[in-house]
Write a protein that binds this ligand. Sequence first.
Ligand code: HEC
Length: 221
Amino acid sequence: MKTKLGKTIAALALLLGLTAVIFLVASSQAQRRGRTPGDWLPEDWRRPGDRRDEDRRRDDDGRQDRRRDEDGRRDEDRRARGADVAHAETLWRDIKDYPTWPVPKGLEGWQRGESPHGRYLRYYYNYAAKENLNKNLAVIVKENYSARDRGALRSVTVMQKRKGYDPENKDWFYVQYDPDGEVMSDRRGRKIAGAVGEETDRGCISCHERARGNDYLFMND
Ligand code: HEC
């Protein structure tokens, strides 16, 4: 009995000693590799604050990827905006003789407008639009005059139907020109051309999407 107990104790002591040796060797190796103690411990043993270099690297990589993604998206946005402005400029060349175009029925002569458009308006549309307001390449032009002076043209707002351009919003291309046909800019200096107001609560789409009939047009409401 006595010897059995002795043997057990000896075995336990040996096991403890071995564990201690393994512990020391492992920890000294970890130190040599320049890590903080505890780094080599299994995941769930580490304190929440302990982060492995690898984790950090992975996080950094993730951040860089995200930044690259965002940059890519920004580049895309810039390109899209550039393309929108270019389109608006060509569009003006095609439509600048709009005063010779047909006038929508019931909207002849001076019309009263609402904010944000002028107090007085004049409408025109091209032959495609006359045939069908939602026909591809239909163009609707609305001149916006100031309230004080009907002679003072403030801006020309245009909607052009472009099949495939913005399917979520009925494919309208919006642009606002000054009386000389220059694409106008908003208060933040962004050109007013394209799917304007798509993601904000201001701008053309945010308001025109409320038009009756879900065609983004008010003139037929
Ligand atoms: C806050 C609402 C609102 C915003 C923003 C808005 N519009 Fe309009 N738009 C109207 C209303 C209302 C009419 C009908 C005429 C009127 O009352 O002025 C209209 C009419 C028009 C028309 C004639 C076709 C139609 O729908 O009847 C065009 C073209 C037009 N807007 C272009 C634009 C462009 C381009 C922008 C952005 C630069 C814009 N609109 C921003 C409310 C808005």
